[in-house]
Design a protein around this ligand. Sequence first.
Ligand code: NDP
Length: 485
Amino acid sequence: MSERPIATTDAGSPAPSLEHSQSVGPNGPLLLQDHYLIQKMAHFNRERVPERVVHAKGGGAYGVLEITEDVSQFTKAKLFQKGARTESLVRFSTVAGELGSADTARDPRGFAVKFYTEDGNYDIVGNNTPIFFIRDPQKFSDFIHSQKRRPDNHLRDHNMQWDFWTLSPESAHQVTFLMTDRGTPASWRHMHGFGSHTFLWYNAAGERFWVKYHFKTDQGIRNFTAAEAAAAQVADPDLHIRDLYEAIRRGDDPSWTVNVQIMPFEEAADYRFNPFDLTKVWPHADYPEITIGRWTLNRNPENYFAEIEQASFEPSSFVPGIGPSPDKMLQGRLFSYPDAHRYRIGPNYLQLPVNQPKAPVHSYNFDGPMTYRNPAGPVYAPNTVGGPVAAGPDVWRGEEYELAGEIVRSAYHPHREDDDFSQPRALWERVLSDTDRAHLVDNVVGHASAPEVTDDMKKRVVGYWRNIHKDLGDRVAQGLGVTDA
Ligand code: NDP
């Protein structure tokens, strides 16, 4: 029999007892000098880091990205060169529910991927939808507030959700997507992932392109109906965490075909849709998807807290060959994600093993809570004492381009076919099957039939769907019993 180790305090001294606190006689009060008990209780109170305000409930795994095609004419990013294999981590999640909420609730799913590249971390922090509810980060906290709990009674409120959506017509595309059965995926393995935003790619010659990422599931799309999703919420609230974990454990590694859409840099200016608007897709007829590789998940984390709860994804982690676009939502997220991690995990979150780049880090940032990376050398630049020097313009040549304009607060300057309804209309008219349409109508009617939704709001809901398509609106009206909208 192997010898069991002696339990210790966190400072390493042997634990006097794992059962009995120190007391004045067997029946007397406890002593404050029982530092072992005090450490145990105090540490227990601090076991949790703050829950993510959004995407609190999730799970993840490690995997590998393999690039099979040559896209060096579009980007010089090393992870996207033909033959490259890059280790990665994904975290899938719901958006609105808390840490203990059910995996199968109707919600977009977070699809956040970290690539540990030789040039540092590259994160694609996307969703299982190619679009989003809003196009300006000014509305982000308001949108999330409308989806989460009310301040007075601590209940979620569908009236509040429809109030926001019907006053925000740019939400129509994403709400349509959400109310189809794709809003309740059967598992994380059976859904696509999208980078959602438009990003900048540039090649070794400094030529620029706009790009969108599509991760297409090789398992095939599989969704729950509303009834199946509701049943799963009761039967196994952790179904999606379990499904992914078990699949990888039994060697049934899920994979995704990685596709991109590429738009030459100059075409953005007068493309028929605003190509940076996060409520729009790029229709395939204009920009077909090009397959560049495969991404496979093949390893479960060994410790959920260390590797998933503390995992920090940020769309601001770029590598040479890739940069941001002027998508306003992306611009907002470049700030808000690292800021959330600094608050939630601490300013040195990038030193934790799961977040630590595999590339060497030679940064002039130092100290702060719980730091492990303590420089011995110069802590300022420029210096003459051998400190690290900048990569220089050659490495980043291509990410810079000229922009000029008045400082304003305004909507995007519209492109000629921009509106909030034609793309969800195309989804309804051309893409959804009759069954998909019937489920969409049922899901909307079910959601807007919650007892808190007022009669006036139901009329607004009908108007919202009629803007997308008259038949759709009429069917919602019939389902909600609205006759005079
Ligand atoms: P296409 O017919 O070329 O593409 C339709 C897209 O919709 C495909 O990517 C298809 O891929 C996806 N799709 C199929 N069934 C559903 C469903 N039930 N719910 C959501 N998506 C579905 O047409 P366009 O590129 O012109 O796009 C038409 C509309 O399709 C868009 O307005 C948008 O609403 C939707 N769409 C478009 C995407 C794009 O990037 N262009 C991506 C996803 C949706 P798959 O079956 O593999 O998901």
